[in-house]
Design a protein around this ligand. Structure first.
Ligand code: PGA
Length: 249
C-alpha cells in the first residue's frame, strides 16, 4: 500500500511562489511509493488545480464553509472548491479549533457539507499538552471522532481520512513516539469499529501529523495502523518533501 502524504502550507507562500513549487513538484514526483495531496492557501488553489491537472498530485484546501451558499461574507463553499478541481479539504485542524474556536459540532457540519459536494475530508483530531499530562489523550480523541463523524453513513467514511495530530507536537519540533502514535491509531479504529463496523475500522485511513521530518518520518509513518502523514513546515521545502514522497518505504 502506498502512503498518503498531505502537505499543509498553512498561511505561507504567495500564488507566484506556489506556482514555482508546483512546477518543480509535478515534474519531480514519481508516485511510486506515495500519493500526495498539497494544500496551499485559498488564493493559490486555482493555479494549483490548473498546474496539477492530469498529474499524480492532488490538491486540497485548508478549510471550507459549513454552509452551501449565501450571505456568508468571506467564506468559501465546497462547491466553489469542487468547481476549480480541488479534491480534498482539511477540516478541524488545531489552528482552526484553537485560534478560530471551531467546535466539533461545526466541524461535523463542515464534513457533511464537504462530503455532499464530493470532497474528501482530512479530519484532524488530537490532544493538548494539558490533556496528555492529565492522562486524557484517548478520551479526547474518542470524543472528537465521535462528534465529528456523528450522523455520517458508513459508505461516506470512504471519503474521510482521520489525521491524529497531538497539538503539543505541531510546529514544536517535538514529535510523538511510535508507541503514542500506534496507541492513538488503535483508539481511532476502535471508535470507528464501535460506531460502524469491523470493515470500516480496517478501511479508514489514519494519518499522523506533528513535527514530521526526514529523520522521524520512516518510523512514524510505518507504525501499526498508520497510512500516511500530514506535514506542515517540512512540506514548504519542495526538495525535502519531494525526497520523502519519492523514497518513503
Ligand atoms: P508541522 O505541522 O509538521 O509543522 O508540525 C503539522 C500540521 O500542522 O499539520
Amino acid at each position: 500500500m502506498k502512503k498518503l502524504l498531505i502537505g499543509n502550507f498553512k498561511m505561507n507562500q504567495n500564488p507566484s511562489q506556489t506556482k514555482q513549487y508546483l512546477i518543480k513538484f509535478v515534474a519531480g514526483f514519481n508516485g511510486n511509493r506515495a500519493d500526495v495531496v498539497l494544500c496551499p492557501s485559498f488564493v493559490s488553489l486555482p493555479i494549483s488545480a490548473y498546474l496539477t491537472k492530469g498529474s499524480l498530485v492532488k490538491i486540497g484546501a485548508q478549510n471550507v464553509s459549513d454552509e452551501e451558499e449565501g450571505a456568508y461574507t468571506g467564506e468559501i463553499s465546497a462547491q466553489m472548491l469542487k468547481d476549480i478541481g480541488v479534491e480534498y479539504v482539511i477540516i478541524g485542524h488545531s489552528d482552526r479549533r484553537l485560534k478560530y474556536k471551531e467546535s466539533d459540532k461545526l466541524i461535523n457540519k463542515k464534513i457533511k457539507t464537504a462530503l455532499k459536494n464530493g470532497l474528501k475530508c482530512v479530519v484532524c483530531v488530537g490532544e493538548t499538552l494539558a490533556d496528555r499530562n492529565t492522562g486524557k489523550t484517548f478520551d479526547v480523541i474518542r470524543h472528537q471522532i465521535e462528534e465529528c463523524v456523528r450522523g455520517l453513513y458508513e459508505n461516506e467514511l470512504e471519503s474521510v481520512i482521520i489525521a491524529y495530530e497531538p497539538i503539543w507536537a505541531i510546529g514544536t519540533g517535538q514529535n510523538a513516539s511510535v508507541k503514542d502514535v500506534e496507541n492513538a491509531a488503535k483508539v481511532v479504529r476502535k471508535v470507528i469499529y464501535e460506531s460502524y463496523s469491523e470493515k470500516a475500522s480496517r478501511d479508514i485511513q489514519v494519518l499522523y501529523g506533528g513535527s514530521l521530518n526526514e529523520k522521524n518520518v520512516g518510523a512514524l509513518l510505518n507504525c501499526a495502523g498508520i497510512d500516511g502523514g500530514l506535514f506542515g513546515k517540512l512540506s514548504l521545502n519542495v526538495n525535502q518533501f519531494l525526497d520523502i514522497a519519492n523514497n518513503i518505504k
